[in-house]
Write a protein that binds this ligand. Structure first.
Ligand SMILES: Nc1ncnc2c1ncn2[C@@H]1O[C@H](COP(=O)(O)OP(=O)(O)OP(=O)(O)O)[C@@H](O)[C@H]1O
Length: 267
């Protein structure tokens, strides 16, 4: 795959999307989208409500099949080709705003649930030592090792968010997909957690694609912003170039029902 340029830097694309079109409920949602996501970077996907951000994430994790176009995974091939989706899922971790953690379990046991697909679903055996060590390392990566044995429902909102991120990281993913991962925490904490995630993305050369509503967060956290409007890519460039004009072009476009769309940070 060709190098992906962000600003003046060239990156190795991990995922490349070419001519992607998706229909939902008989309506075209995404129209001939082409873009790429690079290793060692965070890409923020932004755009008005209903534009198709979650739909795009669902195409990337294979939950929604496109009507046209191709998603190519570096070193593997197209998502529709035999075995590629399975391997892609193995390499992918999802980060949610609500991690659906089990409150009565210690934090480390919630992290171990990230490895659930590595053993028999009905296994009653204790987790092997190697798995517990991986979980402890993931908790250390998010600065929460000291709370490993604390019941999850005694942790703060930010600490629970870190447990959720550790549960994603314990899978040793190459790709992190997040749909509004910081929507349930305040902007200051969102920035801090985002910064921690960013450090790991850079350290391990991961590829992160995050749907973000908070544009200020997208600007400081992401290397690159992909802005969707009217089913198309209306902005695709370095986060630093996502200026007021770019924001207005995306969020002032008429919504399908004719309403004007307000920018999320100003509404
Ligand atoms: N299963 C479905 N069946 C029919 N239409 C759907 C389905 N899922 C999504 N849609 C429609 O596709 C469009 C895009 O939805 P999507 O959830 O991708 O938007 P979004 O940009 O993530 O919105 P938001 O920011 O509000 O979460 C919406 O009009 C939605 O109603």
């Amino acid at each position: 795959m060709n190098a992906l340029t962000i600003g003046s830097q060239a990156w190795r694309p991990a995922l490349t999307i070419v001519g992607l079109s998706v229909m939902r409920g008989g309506r075209p949602i995404l129209n001939e989208i082409s873009t790429a996501f690079a290793e060692g970077t965070i890409t923020a996907v932004v755009g008005p409500s209903g534009v198709g951000k979650t739909t795009l994430m669902n195409v990337l994790n294979g939950l929604v099949a496109p009507q046209a176009g191709r998603v190519a995974v570096a070193g593997l091939g197209g998502l529709g080709e035999p075995g590629v989706l399975r391997e892609m899922r193995r390499r992918t971790a999802m980060v949610f705003q609500d991690h659906a953690l089990i409150g009565r379990l210690p934090a480390i046991d919630n992290v171990l649930l990230g490895l659930a697909d590595t053993r028999h679903p009905l296994s009653l055996l204790p987790w092997p030592r190697a798995a517990r060590e991986r979980a402890a390392l993931a908790l250390a990566d998010v600065g929460l090792l000291s709370r490993a044995t604390a019941r999850t429902d005694t942790l703060s909102g930010g600490e629970r968010q870190r447990v959720g991120i550790a549960r994603a990281l314990v899978r040793a993913p190459r790709l992190i997909l997040g749909d509004e991962p910081f929507a349930s925490v305040d902007p200051v904490l969102a920035r801090r957690l985002g910064g921690e995630l960013r450090r790991l993305v850079v350290r391990d050369g991961l590829t992160a694609v995050l749907v973000l509503h908070q544009l200020q967060l997208a600007r400081v956290l992401a290397d690159r912003i992909v802005g969707l409007s009217g089913g198309r890519v209306a902005f695709d460039g370095p986060a630093g170039a996502f200026d007021a004009e770019a924001e207005a072009a995306i969020f002032s476009a008429p919504a399908p029902n004719g309403d004007r769309v307000l920018s999320p940070d100003n509404s």
